[in-house]
Design a protein around this ligand. Structure first.
Ligand SMILES: Cc1cc2nc3c(=O)[nH]c(=O)nc-3n(C[C@H](O)[C@H](O)[C@H](O)COP(=O)(O)OP(=O)(O)OC[C@H]3O[C@@H](n4cnc5c(N)ncnc54)[C@H](O)[C@@H]3O)c2cc1C
Length: 272
């Protein structure tokens, strides 16, 4: 089936083209879309492109940064402002993928992909859609309803700046280094006040159909000093409420067994 490519200069026009047809896909970096085209995917017949330069900018705003959906992993890795996210961007694929893979595309990546989104979830980012009159959607809500947003154009994500250096940590667990896909990825944001964790956010990738919060771990850490006892309790709650999937990379049983071990290492600062 031939695929038509529509290129727009104005955000509104691209958003309209995308929302008016279920058989249209937006083209970010194309690392997944073009793979689907090459594999003969028949579920879409139109590719929508946007040439607006503001789509690929990183802006400092208030307490955080607004990162255009078209910003690539390579650009994040090189950004001085987003230095806290550079270690995350650097583990997405290899150099060729990172030069193309965008922040917006990562929000929709399924299966063992979506490592960057795991970090955004732990940091409490908001997702800004075209036509939403400036009100961002909390990333938790966006991910829960991701299917429904398949015909929306994501313009940018707003990421709060971590309050303290070291409060944000990320770990990607993979069998093949350095380019393997995730057995799981873990991101923690643990700001402290008076020596105790206040407002813990912990997120996993590859442990559910989309990146999810580890609410049992958050409960175990909130209000606690980040000492060995609290870390042990958090590790014991590592998969509470989760039913990790079995796929070509690992079984659900294996993920359940090892999640606490990796979480414990990350919390203890043994691996980042
Ligand atoms: C060899 C290889 C290795 C990979 N390794 C990793 C990895 O280690 N970690 C990882 O997380 N991912 C990995 N990926 C997956 C992918 O490269 C990334 O998730 C990337 O961030 C996807 O972004 P993209 O711009 O290429 O998406 P695209 O292919 O352009 O789009 C993906 C989906 O998102 C939609 N989309 C894209 N941008 C927008 C937007 N602004 N608004 C609305 N919808 C949009 C598209 O319509 C499509 O449905 C890998 C892929 C390959 C091929």
């Amino acid at each position: 089936m031939p695929v038509r490519v529509e290129t727009y200069d104005r955000t509104e026009d691209a958003a309209r083209a995308l929302s008016s047809s279920r058989s249209a896909r937006f083209l970010g970096g194309g690392t997944l879309v073009m793979r689907a085209v090459n594999a003969g995917d028949q579920s879409f017949d139109t590719i929508v492109r946007l040439r607006d330069p503001s789509f690929s900018t990183i802006r400092s705003e208030g307490d955080g940064y607004t990162v255009g959906a078209g910003v690539t992993m390579a650009a994040v890795a090189q950004s001085r402002d987003l230095a806290f996210l550079a270690p995350v961007a650097r583990v997405v694929g290899g150099p060729a993928i990172r030069n193309m893979a965008t922040v917006g595309g990562n929000l929709f990546a399924t299966g063992n992909y979506g490592d960057f989104t795991v970090a955004l979830l732990a940091l409490g980012a908001t997702v800004n859609l075209a036509g939403s009159s400036g009100r961002g959607i909390p990333i938790d809500d966006f991910l829960r309803d991701r299917e429904r947003h398949a015909t929306s154009l994501v313009l940018s994500v707003t990421v709060p700046r971590p309050r303290e250096a070291g409060a944000f940590r990320f770990l990607k667990v993979s069998r093949v280094k350095p380019k393997g896909v995730s057995v799981m990825s873990i991101a923690t944001y643990l700001p402290q006040s008076g020596g105790r964790v206040q407002g813990a956010r912990v997120a996993y990738g590859s442990m559910a159909p989309h990146p999810v919060r580890a609410t049992g771990v958050e409960r175990a850490l909130d209000g606690q000093a980040l000492d060995a006892a609290a870390i042990d309790r958090a590790a014991a709650a590592a998969t509470q409420g989760l039913n990790p999937p079995t796929d070509a990379i690992a079984s659900g049983w294996y993920r359940t067994e090892v999640a606490g071990v990796h979480l414990k290492r990350l919390l203890a600062g043994e691996r980042r």
